[in-house]
Design a protein around this ligand. Structure first.
Ligand code: ADP
Length: 196
């Protein structure tokens, strides 16, 4: 299935977990900027060294770096017929950069899904995840900062996509399977295609 999809929602909404499951069902690659940054930090690459000061504090990585990363990744052959973006775009400038990048190939986003979860629930989830995964940005202060960056810079993107008629909201509360089911139903409704 060819679908150009963005999944967004607050830190801790479960985007990463759902993105992997959806991508498998849809047959498109998941592209997660957070995962790419973490892999580069773990591998001590040039990019990793450039971004670690931002990610560890919960600040957004500068747009030039993030936009260039996405341009490279979307140019890979596996993303030619579709993709699922997790964690990008995260502000208005990135949303515009993505539109321009797609338009250059005569493409556009098909659907943007906002995974909605109560802020108290996400904080509790992130603190629990901190004990299991040990992510350096899962401390209480940094979580608070990530949530405020989300509220101020990312959440307003919903309006752009509502106006374009491509935004769907999905409730992120419940069992992982249940949420996946809701997401697949939403995608089917919008695209008119059943993921194989
Ligand atoms: P979460 O959504 O739980 O905060 P992510 O894995 O999506 O986690 O992102 C982790 C960190 O990576 C962010 O706090 C930020 O520093 C950086 N990051 C990820 N995506 C972007 C982006 N699109 N623009 C700028 N920084 C980003």
């Amino acid at each position: 299935m060819s679908v150009r999809l963005v999944l967004f929602g607050p830190p801790g909404a479960g985007k990463g977990t759902q993105a992997v499951r959806l991508a498998e069902r849809l047959g498109v690659p998941t592209i997660s900027t957070g995962d790419i940054f973490r892999a580069n930090i773990a591998g001590d690459t040039e990019l990793g060294r450039q971004v670690v000061g931002y990610t560890s504090k919960g600040h957004l990585v500068p747009d030039e770096l993030t936009d260039a990363l996405i341009a490279d990744r979307l140019a890979q052959p596996d993303a030619a017929d579709g993709f699922l973006l997790d964690g990008y775009p995260r502000n208005g400038a990135q949303a515009a950069a993505l539109d321009a990048l797609l338009a250059a190939d005569d493409h556009e986003l098909d659907l943007v899904i906002e995974l909605a979860v109560d802020p108290d629930v996400v904080t509790a989830r992130l603190l629990k995840r901190a004990q299991i995964e040990g992510r350096v940005d899962d401390t209480e202060d940094v979580i608070r900062h990530r949530l405020s960056v989300y509220a101020e810079q990312t959440s307003p993107l919903a309006e752009i996509y509502v106006n374009r008629g491509i935004l769907a909201q999905v409730d992120g509360l419940g069992e992982v399977d249940e949420v996946t089911g809701r997401l697949l139903a939403t995608i089917e409704q919008f695209t008119g295609e059943l993921p194989q």
